[in-house]
Write a protein that binds this ligand. Sequence first.
Ligand SMILES: NC(=O)c1ccc[n+]([C@@H]2O[C@H](COP(=O)([O-])OP(=O)(O)OC[C@H]3O[C@@H](n4cnc5c(N)ncnc54)[C@H](O)[C@@H]3O)[C@@H](O)[C@H]2O)c1
Length: 344
Amino acid sequence: MLRLAVLGAGLIGREHIARIAGSPEASLAAVVDPSPAAAAIAAAHTAPWYPDFATMLAAVRPDGVIVATPNQMHRDHGLAVIAAGIPVLVEKPIADTLEAAEALVTAAEATGVPLLVGHHRRHSKMIRRARAIIESGQLGRIVAVHGFFWLVKPDAYFDVAWRREPGAGPVLLNLIHDIDLLRHFCGEVASVQAFGSNAVRGFPVDDSCVVSLRFTSGALGTITVSDTIPAPWSWEQTAGENPAYPRTGEACYQIGGTLGALSIPSLELWSSESERSWWQPLQRSRVYDTDADPLVEQIAQFCRVIRGAEPPLVPGREGRASLRVIHAIQQAAATGQRVDLLPG
Ligand SMILES: NC(=O)c1ccc[n+]([C@@H]2O[C@H](COP(=O)([O-])OP(=O)(O)OC[C@H]3O[C@@H](n4cnc5c(N)ncnc54)[C@H](O)[C@@H]3O)[C@@H](O)[C@H]2O)c1
C-alpha cells in the first residue's frame, strides 16, 4: 500500500480522501489542514491530522502528497512537497499565476520529483475514447470545436472568501478544465479573443466569459463559461462523473471535422453517408462507453507514477500550458485585444 497525504481537506480534498479510502493500493497517511473540520475528517478515517505540512513531515513521511488547497497556495505547498523529495499531485489550476506555475515546473524538473496536475478529466475512459476517434481520422480534419460551461453555483459556494477573488473565478477554476481538454483534442492554442463580465455576481472576478480560440492546427474554437446560468450544458451536469450533480443528458462539447461531428459526453457521431452535402442525410451512431470515475483513475495513475511504472499523464508542463491559455484569455478579456501565444 502506498501512503498518501492530503493537504487541504475542503471540497475536492474530501473527494480525494474518499477515493484513497476506497483504493486497493493506497491508504491515507495524513490530513493536513488547519481547520477543525479537517481534524474531524482525519479522525473519521483514523488518519493523523496536522495543521501544516512541516509539522506532518516531522512525524510522517508519505509516499505521495495531494495538494488541494486554494489556488493561491499551490506554489508554496507544491514547492514544500517537492523540496521534501515526495511526488506531488497538485490540484488544477497548477497555480494562480504563470510565475508560480513556472516555479513549480522548474523545481520538479530540477529535482526529478514527479509533479502531476489534477486535470482529472483526461483520466476519463470516455475522453480517451473521444480522443481516439479524433486521432483515427473519423472526423476528418478538425475545423471547429464548441464548448459550454454553463451552470449555476449556489450562493453559499461564495461564502468562502478566496472563491470571490482574483485568483479564483470560473475562468481560472472551471474553464481551465475545458481548455485543457480542448488542447488535448485539438493541440496547442495559437491565439485567443475574449469578453468577460462580472455583471451578475458583482465580485472582483468575472462570473461569465466568452472566448474565441485559434489552434496552431488552424482549427477554430468557441467556448463560453458562466457560473450564474441555470442551464444543462456543462461537464459537471453531463458527464455523470460525480453523482452530486444531477445529470441532464445534454452535451458540453461539439467537435466538428471535414467528415463528421462528435458530441461529448454521449460520443454521438454524425457523418456524411455518401457525399459531403447538406442534401444528404447524416448518419448518426453512438459510441457510448460506460465511464470509470476519473478521480479514482487519477489516484491509480499517481500510484503507478510513485512506483516509477509510468510518467505522469498530466505533468506539470501540461498544467502550465493550460494555465498559459487561461492567462491569455484573461489578458484578452481585460484589454479587448487578441492575444497570441508564443510556442513553448
Ligand atoms: N479537480 C476538480 O474537479 C476540482 C474541483 C474543486 C476544486 N478543485 C481545486 O482544488 C483546490 C481547492 O478547492 P476547494 O474548492 O476544495 O477549496 P476549499 O476552500 O473547499 O478547500 C480548501 C481547503 O484548504 C484548507 N487550507 C487553507 N489553508 C491551508 C494551509 N495553509 N494548509 C493546509 N490546508 C489549508 C482549507 O481549510 C480548506 O479546507 C483549488 O485549487 C481548486 O481549483 C479542483
